[in-house]
Design a protein around this ligand. Sequence first.
Ligand code: SF4
Length: 143
Amino acid sequence: MEHESDRVLEGKILHEESYPRLQEREVLIDNAFKMDHIDGKYVREVKMSSKMQESDHLQMLFYLYQLELRGVQKRGLISYTKEKKTVEVILDNDERAKVKRAIAQAYRVIEQAKPPVVKKLPYCKSCAYFGFCYVREADEYAT
Ligand code: SF4
C-alpha cells in the first residue's frame, strides 16, 4: 500500500500548501464521508490535476446529493492546482439521476459474490485505490 500512502500524503501536502484561505479543512459528515471544505454556498475540493475530471465530478455530485438528503443545499467547486482552474458543479435533475445511478451501480458491485475483473485504465497508476485493485502488481507499478 506504499503507492496509496504516497498519493494520500501528496494530497495532504497539496491541501496544506494550496488555497490557504480555506481555513476549515476536511469536514466529516455522519462519520460516513469527508469533504475538503464547506462554506456558505459551496462544497470545495482541491485536486492536483484534472486527469480524472469525470470521477472528480461524480465525487462532488455524491457529496452534494448526500447533503441534500440531509436538507442542505450546496453547489460544488473543484479546483485543479496544476491547471489553475476551478469548475462549478450543480446538482440539477440530470446530475441527481446520474449520481443515483452510480450509487445503485456501486451497490450492485458490492453485492456480487466476487469482485469484477479489473480493467486496466490509463489513470490507474495515479489512483489512490491502486493498491486495492492491483494488490499483486503494486510492486511492479511502483518502479
Ligand atoms: S486503480 Fe482501480 S479504482 Fe483506481 S482507476 Fe484503476 S480500476 Fe479504478
